[in-house]
Design a binder for this molecule. Structure first.
Ligand SMILES: C[S@@+](CC[C@H](N)C(=O)[O-])C[C@H]1O[C@@H](n2cnc3c(N)ncnc32)[C@H](O)[C@@H]1O
Length: 418
């Protein structure tokens, strides 16, 4: 019989070494926080779904090129787009499975990102990562390859490029594409409330930092690293696209250009580029977490500190900011009234609300509240109301049909016609 060893810990040693026992603050902060997963990624996924479902996976496998791919986040995102609810009889969780992709090629300038991407997807033969500096255009190996169905780039990779380099890259890409290929990318929007200091700037490349990944109490000004990015005005970006298309001899069908993360951009919370930290992203991260209740006093959007900057921007951009602020704050007002059980206030509010678009959502929230005892959860506010409030705030942002450049991200989808 084997001797009983009382103090065996090797499994735990391994688990600790692999990081499983580190502190986990869930999705409240960090690169893949709740806002990234349930707001920003969902924003991209829903827009991709619009045209992906028409591509009927199964008929033909897709070829995807990801520009500034990091460690393959784009592959993860594209293979986790929820199927439409109306696709009855289609039990697929996701529109596109890894097997529906003929090839995914990721290009990045960072050797560490490339190594990490290769390690992440070492078991998938249709996924590859190549080193490339997009300032020099597409790598030769890519240019020799057959056209891609989707030219993809997310989370600001193309904002790293100077406009002249971006123009050349787009010309190459348009020439390389096939009729019907889609270009889906984002850049940083110039008129985000996260960086009003840039609204009237005429310089092309302006400083940016990823210091938001360091928790506020540990962030020291001298340790903040800055690098330059291009923050894009909508009209200037459209002009650049038009010029690149003309030079490449193609036509473009602009499917959409939308503002993403208007009030939940990472730098809303740091205040590093606005002079006023407003931890709205942190608060929305809390709403989306099933363990935290909404802190209404910190969830209101206040634009008063931006008044001095507004003369530097087009009127329609300011109007968009104010319109979204008004809708946002109305919802938070309702949340507060519900939390305080102020029934008369709620009733009056619902009946007299002047925002048609929102009234169904507001009624729905009120219905949830009135039926709270039907939900078998421990904390109704944290598990049911909070996530729904966050989703409505996100959907309000997504409901604007045309971006004006006031989001942290400016998301574009274009069909290339040859
Ligand atoms: C914010 S990350 C986005 C990564 C990834 N697309 C994602 O969704 O998380 C920006 C990426 O662009 C890459 N990048 C920056 N400048 C580049 C260049 N000139 N050529 C190629 N990649 C570049 C960086 O190395 C980094 O991986």
């Amino acid at each position: 019989m084997k001797k009983w060893k009382p103090n065996r810990t090797e499994f735990y040693e391994t688990a600790v070494a692999m990081g499983f026992y580190g502190r986990d603050d869930g999705g409240l902060s960090g690169k893949k926080d709740n806002v990234r997963k349930f707001w920003e990624d969902v924003f991209v996924k829903l827009l991709c779904r619009n045209f992906m479902e028409n591509q009927a996976p199964g008929d033909r496998k897709l070829r995807i090129l990801d520009l500034g791919c990091g460690s393959g986040e784009g592959f993860e995102l594209l293979t986790h787009i929820p199927s439409s609810p109306y696709a009855k009889g289609n039990p697929r969780d996701f529109v596109l499975k890894p097997g529906d992709i003929e090839s995914y090629t990721g290009i990045d300038i960072s050797p560490s990102m490339i190594s990490q991407g290769r390690a992440n997807y070492k078991d998938l033969g249709n996924v590859k990562f190549e080193y490339g500096n997009l300032e020099d255009g597409l790598p030769q190996a890519v240019l020799r390859d057959t056209p891609f169905d989707i030219y993809f780039s997310t989370y600001g990779s193309l904002s790293h490029l100077h406009p002249e380099a971006l123009q050349l890259l787009l010309e190459q890409l348009f020439k390389h594409s096939a009729n019907g290929s889609v270009l889906l990318f984002d850049t940083h929007g110039k008129y985000s409330p996260s960086w009003p200091k840039y609204w009237a700037e005429t310089k092309t490349m302006l400083p940016y930092t990823m210091a938001y990944l360091v928790p506020g109490d540990k962030r020291k000004e001298e340790n903040v690293e800055w690098f330059n990015l291009c923050y894009w005005d909508v009209e200037e970006l459209k002009a650049l696209l038009t010029k690149s298309a003309k030079n490449a001899g193609v036509e473009l069908n602009l499917l959409y250009m939308l503002d993403r993360s208007i009030y939940v951009g990472r730098h809303m919370d740091t205040g590093l580029l606005s002079g006023k930290a407003m931890p709205l992203r942190y608060q929305v991260n809390r709403l989306l977490d099933h363990g935290y209740r909404g802190e209404v006093e910190h969830l209101r959007v206040d634009l008063s500190h931006l008044e001095t900057y507004k003369k530097g921007i087009d009127k329609k951009i300011w109007e968009r900011l104010v319109d979204y602020q008004r809708k946002w704050n109305k919802l938070i007002y309702l949340l507060e009234a519900l939390m305080n059980s102020e029934d008369a206030k709620v009733k009056n509010f619902i009946e007299n609300t002047d925002i048609e678009l929102m009234s169904d959502d507001l009624k729905f929230i009120t219905w949830l509240y009135r039926n709270n005892d039907r939900f078998p959860v421990v904390d109704f506010w944290a598990s049911i109301i909070g996530p729904q409030i966050a989703v409505i705030l996100r959907n309000m942002e997504m409901s604007y049909p045309e971006g004006v450049g006031c989001g942290h991200g400016l998301l574009c989808a274009i069909e290339i016609i040859k």
